[in-house]
Design a protein around this ligand. Structure first.
Ligand code: B12
Length: 211
């Protein structure tokens, strides 16, 4: 089992100048980008989240850790292995309006790209109408949205409503994820799928593309 302690400490403590070097060291030693992302970088962010909840960390520290994480993530993401996908489609992905948390969305996008899908990434804090419009113009099969904040969950429900009103529900499938969501929430708004993490995002997308 690879040792990610150094990378985790670098991200948690926001040692921004050291993140690239440590990530590169791990990659050079033959550890997969996926392991680095899930067992190193994401784990570090969980610790940062816990510290924020315990009020040991405040927003400036969280922001510094996020910036440090991105130094490593930007090195590791392009090195993710391509997986052979049973089905590959066109997917619009973004973080819904009102929310700027985009680390998880970016990891999902990278894995979905690796699985052979064509991704249309609209970024973060994206107006709901733009999401549906993009899916229409690109004839996407799936809209994948992310949010980590409770107040912005309503936007995901609104997307379902917009699809229904436009007669597109069923034709364009939806999948939701991110810390504020849950399988029950996804069901309650009529989303077609929910995923706990980026690995599940790939599995759910494959399922939805078969339907
Ligand atoms: C980093 C962080 C920030 C950074 C974000 C940097 C960035 N570029 O993303 C900064 C400092 C900017 C920030 C700001 C704020 N934050 Co903040 N932040 C976090 C923190 C600590 C970590 C989030 C993270 O990146 N996790 C790591 C990634 C890898 O995990 P993930 O996003 O969950 O993604 C995985 C899965 O969820 C899933 N997934 C994600 N999306 C999708 C989509 C699909 C379709 C699928 C299938 C799966 C999937 O796959 C991903 C990878 O495996 C969390 C704490 C926490 N416990 O989550 C708080 C947290 C999310 N933040 C919070 C808050 C309140 C804020 C602020 C409002 C604070 C403020 N007062 O200003 C602002 C937000 C302003 C805004 N309008 O958006 C709250 C949200 C509470 C709530 N439920 O509403 C949290 C939970 C902290 C807390 N406990 O209070 N934050």
């Amino acid at each position: 089992m690879a040792n990610f302690d150094a990378l985790i400490e670098i991200v948690v403590k926001g040692k921004i100048k050291e993140a690239k070097g440590e990530t590169q060291k791990l990659l050079d030693s033959g550890i997969s980008a996926k392991e680095i992302i899930f067992n190193g970088l994401s784990e570090a962010m969980k610790i940062v989240g816990d510290k924020y909840e315990k009020k040991e960390y405040f927003l400036p520290q969280v922001l510094l850790s996020a910036q440090t994480l991105y130094q490593g993530l930007n090195l590791a993401l392009p090195k993710l292995d391509k997986t052979s996908a049973d089905a590959a489609g066109k997917i619009v992905i973004c973080v819904v309006e009102g929310d700027v948390h985009d680390i998880g969305k970016n990891i999902c996008k990278a894995l979905l790209t690796g699985a052979g899908n064509t991704m249309f990434d609209l970024g973060r804090d994206v107006p709901l109408k733009d999401i549906v419009d993009k899916a229409k113009t690109e004839s996407a099969q799936i809209i994948a949205t992310s949010t980590l904040m409770t107040p912005t969950l309503a936007g995901m429900k609104e997307i379902e409503k917009m699809l229904k009103e436009g007669g597109l529900k069923g034709q364009i499938k939806t999948m939701v994820g991110g810390g504020a969501t849950s399988p029950d929430f996804a069901k309650s708004i009529g989303a077609d799928g929910w995923g706990y993490d980026a690995n599940e995002a790939v599995r759910v997308a494959i399922d939805l593309l078969k339907k």
